[in-house]
Design a protein around this ligand. Structure first.
Ligand code: SF4
Length: 330
């Protein structure tokens, strides 16, 4: 008889495809710990086909594309769009940080070419975190190029445009200038204006905003991590792995979608899904000798620290946690 406690991703609601983790920036709020040091691997055609077919088989017919920075491999991006069209997967939008902009003509040419491959909307990142790495003139130019090429712009988020435009737009702006200019509580206010998931690298930035909780309290929490079953903002990555919920650094193989995950193959996910952070923590302390810090921002911060310990200090190479570059670049 099937156990009720085995996680099963039997249908999908809304999500995206991470084509690459490599990025021109190392934003302090990045959930997927992308950076210039991450591998330049880009999704290949076969994996893209398999991901699209799997997603469709689980009842979801559209995806967005994100990274890393998808435009760092423009041929690769074009192939993904063509593949999506062939398989019948609708692409809602492609995310970009605009770092690839070189000049007006080549940007318009590139976008016009991608439009013929059904790129209709570009989500353009606009935030002080991105502005630490990308001169704002590039963002303005990509918006302009979209207008010329007939591609819709989804500014994420427009609310920051005025803040960023206070500074010269020809070079990146250190984040310290934002707090000097707008006040020391700028970060706190920023997190109210901008949806940022408290995971990955964002957890460090969030400590300043939300403070920390005593570990002794956190490890009493046996509440099952039902977040793992949430498919309202799922992602697949370039290796064909499914990232459950928004629990970056946790993965499920594509072949295991649509059926209960066995306790033997996914023992840690089983613990988290059944016994919450307490079950996971107890197991790793007793089996691997994990020693926690005194405090964490949240159970997810503790979870991430335990996983980082397993991957980086115990050299664990398992199906559940990875890719390793995520843990290296937090
Ligand atoms: S504790 Fe871990 S598994 Fe549970 S929701 Fe947070 S990141 Fe996901």
């Amino acid at each position: 008889m099937k156990s009720q406690h085995e996680l099963c991703i039997g249908s999908l609601r809304s999500g995206g495809l991470i084509t690459n983790y490599h990025c021109s920036s190392k934003c302090r709020h990045c959930l997927y710990a992308s950076s210039p040091r991450r591998s330049k691997d880009y999704i290949d055609e076969e994996t893209a086909v398999n991901v699209f077919k799997t997603v469709i088989s689980l009842g979801c017919y559209s995806l967005h594309i994100g990274g890393g920075e998808p435009f760092l491999n423009q041929e690769g991006l074009k192939k993904v769009l063509i593949t999506a069209g062939k398989v019948g997967m609708d692409i809602e939008y492609v995310e970009t940080n605009s770092s690839w902009f070189q000049d007006k003509d080549s940007a318009i040419r590139l976008l016009e070419g991608l439009k013929t491959n059904s790129l209709n909307t570009l989500l353009i990142s606009i935030s002080p975190f991105h502005n630490e790495f990308i001169p704002f003139y590039k963002v303005k130019e990509v918006i302009h190029a979209c207008n010329k090429a007939g591609i819709s712009v989804f500014p994420w988020i427009y609310d920051f445009y005025g803040d960023i435009d206070r500074f010269p737009d020809d070079k990146p702006v250190p984040y310290s200038l934002y707090t000097e200019t707008f006040g020391t509580d700028y970060t706190k206010k920023l997190f109210r204006r901008y949806w940022i998931h408290p995971g990955g690298r964002a957890l460090t930035a969030l400590a300043e905003v939300y403070g920390r909780k005593n570990t002794a309290l956190l490890i009493k929490d046996r509440t099952p991590c039902i977040e793992l079953a949430n498919t309202s903002h799922f992602h697949f990555d370039l290796y064909g792995d499914y990232i459950p919920g928004l629990c970056s650094g946790i993965r499920i193989g594509m072949k295991d979608m649509g059926k209960p995950l066995s306790k033997e193959k996914y023992p840690f996910i089983y613990l988290l899904y059944n016994y919450g952070i307490k079950g996971f923590y107890d197991e790793v302390v007793s089996t691997f000798g994990f020693i926690p810090k005194e405090s964490y921002i949240s159970k997810c911060d503790l979870c991430l620290d335990i996983r980082r310990f397993l991957v980086m200090e115990k050299n664990m190479d398992n199906v559940e946690f990875g890719p390793k570059g995520f843990y290296e670049e937090l």
